[in-house]
Design a protein around this ligand. Structure first.
Ligand code: ZN
Length: 123
């Protein structure tokens, strides 16, 4: 099995993440952070490999919603458990064996933060 491609910061100069030769034509963005994602060229092989990588390195908002529900609790920086948070996008891994990161927001306080998916507390 080849190494997967991890989501990274996108730039307009990106070459295909798979073949590293052709210009990027297709972009997969992380929902909640449009500046992070993966890119590939028109090649079907490159696109297949990219979608395989996306499946391994991201968890869709929909799947997180189905697992955790609308409202979650998180641990604040002061160590306290805090409720009233909601997941705000896809979770993604930046490197192998690292946590999946996800943006969460607290609408009542208009604050957001990026947390490790493992640190989410289900109701
Ligand atoms: Zn390519």
């Amino acid at each position: 099995m080849k190494n997967v491609i991890f989501p990274h910061i996108l730039s307009i100069f990106n070459k295909c993440d798979v073949c590293k030769i052709n210009c990027a034509d297709y972009t997969y963005n992380i929902k909640s952070n449009i500046y992070i994602g993966v890119v590939c060229c028109k090649s079907v092989d490159c696109k297949d490999y990219l979608l395989y990588s996306v499946e391994k390195t991201t968890k869709s908002y929909e799947s997180l919603y189905n697992k955790y529900g609308k409202w979650i609790s998180v641990i604040r920086t002061n160590g306290n458990k805090d409720s009233g948070w909601t997941i705000n996008g896809d979770a993604y891994q930046e490197k192998e064996n690292e946590p999946f990161w996800v943006e969460v927001i607290k609408p009542s306080e208009k604050i957001k933060k990026i947390i490790d998916l493992e640190s989410i507390i289900e109701y």
